[in-house]
Ligand binder design. Structure first.
Ligand code: ZN
Length: 226
């Protein structure tokens, strides 16, 4: 982030103000599925990349080594594996390209605690702005570990305002996992193909319908999905 000195004002406070302005920040933007996280991540990367140097990162994206929006836009991205070290990534990028101004990190709910802590160090020690995006809770209604750590360490926590809806019309706050149309509450957080033949789908629910597991009429569910 570029500092702007305020000439002639606050003669005793300018250096302090500049220090504040030159600090990077870690912003965690969160929401449910369909709250526009990946769309916003792509837009921020697109805008910032016009005038600064940065990396787009993702994990378990539906398109693999990309950030892909449900709206159809997709951009190549650094694939984050559990062993990736963000400090090493940032320093090697700075060494190779002379600068690193920002990281846009999608699907950050899947990042490890160590990786979130590395992001905080990248902000504080390398003066890089980090824009992290993620789901807050999993299909069991529990905080994702990466999102919990981001809530703990982020400088800014923003709930995305593109609010998705339950089939009943109320605001969706929960992500439901369904096996052959029946909501389940147990299972691996990151679904690995276990040979099961059940069709796994996800739906957005209000808390009440997440707890009851109740699906709306098919016609209403179709409308909600559209
Ligand atoms: Zn509902």
């Amino acid at each position: 982030m570029e500092a702007r000195a305020v000439a002639g004002e606050w003669p005793h406070g300018v250096s302090h103000v500049c220090n504040l302005l030159t600090m990077g920040f870690l912003r965690f933007s969160f929401g449910t599925m369909s709250s526009g996280k990946s769309t916003l991540a792509l837009q921020i990367h697109h805008n910032l990349s016009a005038t600064s140097t940065g990396l787009l990162c993702s994990m378990h994206d539906r398109a693999g080594a990309h950030v892909s929006s449900a709206l159809g836009v997709s951009t190549p991205a650094v694939e984050v594996h559990p062993t990736l070290n963000f400090q090493a990534l940032a320093m090697s990028h700075q060494a190779a390209h002379g600068a690193l101004d920002y990281l846009v990190c999608d699907e950050a709910q899947f990042y490890t605690d160590a990786q979130v802590e590395q992001l905080a160090l990248v902000v504080d020690e390398l003066d890089v702005d980090v824009y992290a995006f993620g789901l807050l809770t999993d299909f069991r209604g529990k905080l994702f570990p990466g999102s919990a750590r981001l809530l703990e360490v982020a400088d800014e926590r923003l709930e995305l305002q593109v609010q998705a809806r339950c089939w009943c019309g109320n605001a969706a706050t929960h992500n439901a996992r369904l096996h052959d149309g029946i909501q389940v509450y147990d299972g691996d957080v990151v679904l690995i193909d276990d040979g099961s033949t059940a069709e796994v789908t996800y739906e957005l629910r209000c808390r009440s319908h997440w707890i009851s597991g109740e699906s709306g009429p098919v016609a209403d569910r179709f409308k909600a999905a559209g």
